[in-house]
Design a binder for this molecule. Structure first.
Ligand code: 5RP
Length: 302
């Protein structure tokens, strides 16, 4: 099996993602190295997410979902994230429950999507206020850096996701390699949930932090996205990069009128990365992923 990690841009201080979401075309003959690992040849090449088929992306997400749900034990309280990856994990959780492989599991959903899916797949949900703790939470992300800082909120659900993820004894973040970046904000703006009556002062304060804020527009509705909690979404890009995610997370959250932003620092217990091959998927830890990249950098520079 052959997987591809792009890391053409991997140099110190580089803020580009390892696997840019651009339109580079695959050039299979341009492989500059192979890394044999558990029978999987990791080859380093410039290849983009757009080159991977929808089926391959789906296979990655399913592999991540299986990995996450494999950590759930009978009797646990499970925090359900949102997004396409977390949705597949909810489906997988339902499958194991219906097969009797997991018993007495209750779940807390981060938003309407996860609660509806849980019901659909036979996963019993309870209100967050009905549980004292969450044993394990699994969630997707839009970007992850090598220090397990995360950027979330592509689905405008980050506020309750952060509550669940930070409550959980174990928080498992599921991403494919396209989402691993050297610096948060490389490919994605920072989503900020804002109280609607405070939108103008909040926008001005975000500019003073070096951000370029834009109110998120709905796709199949005229006007702004309104979150499940009834607030507006602002996407803030930081053209000078995000040097200190934890600090920016705090600086945004202390603006009066801000409900929560999508930077999640110091919460993930583990990040699991799917590497898409052309016909198979390998799932490894972020630490293993980083090591492969470091080793390959060394090999390339010698
Ligand atoms: C929603 C989120 C999602 O977890 C994030 O957008 C990743 O989604 P996907 O698994 O579909 O790529 O933060 O607010």
């Amino acid at each position: 099996m052959q997987g591809v990690i792009s890391f053409k841009q991997l140099t110190a201080g580089d803020k580009y993602p390892f696997f840019p979401r651009s339109n580079h075309s695959i050039n299979g003959s341009k492989f500059c190295g192979f890394f044999k690992r558990r029978g999987f040849n990791l080859s380093i090449s410039a290849i983009s997410q757009n080159d991977i088929t929808h089926e391959a992306q789906d296979a990655s997400k399913r592999a991540l979902a299986k990995k996450a749900v494999g950590l759930v034990k009978s009797g646990m309280v499970v925090g359900l994230g949102t997004g396409s990856t977390a949705s597949l994990a909810i489906e997988e959780l339902g499958r194991l429950i219906s097969q009797g492989k997991l018993k007495d599991v209750v779940a807390v959903g981060a938003n309407y999507q996860s609660r509806v899916l849980a019901r659909q797949f036979g996963v019993k949900t309870v209100d967050l206020n009905d549980v004292n703790n969450v044993d394990i939470a699994f969630d997707g992300a839009d970007e992850v850096d090598l220090n397990k800082n995360i950027l979330k909120g592509g689905g405008a659900a980050h506020t309750m996701q952060k509550v669940l993820d930070s409550m959980a004894k174990e928080c498992i973040i599921l991403v494919d390699q396209s989402k691993v970046v050297l610096q948060l904000g490389s490919t994605f703006p920072v989503p900020v949930e804002v109280l609607p009556p405070a939108i103008s002062p909040v926008l001005r304060r975000l500019v003073t932090l070096g951000g370029v804020p834009e109110i998120r527009s709905a796709l199949r509705k005229d006007g702004p996205v309104i979150t499940d909690l009834g607030n507006m979404m602002v996407d803030v890009s930081f053209p000078n990069g995000i040097q200190n995610p934890a600090e920016l997370e705090k600086s945004i959250n202390i603006i009066p009128g801000v409900i929560e932003n999508g930077i999640v620092s110091g919460v993930a217990s583990s990040v699991v990365v799917a590497i898409q091959g052309r016909d198979d998927v390998m799932v490894i830890s972020l630490e293993e992923f980083a090591k492969i990249l470091r080793d390959q950098t060394k090999a390339d520079s010698t």
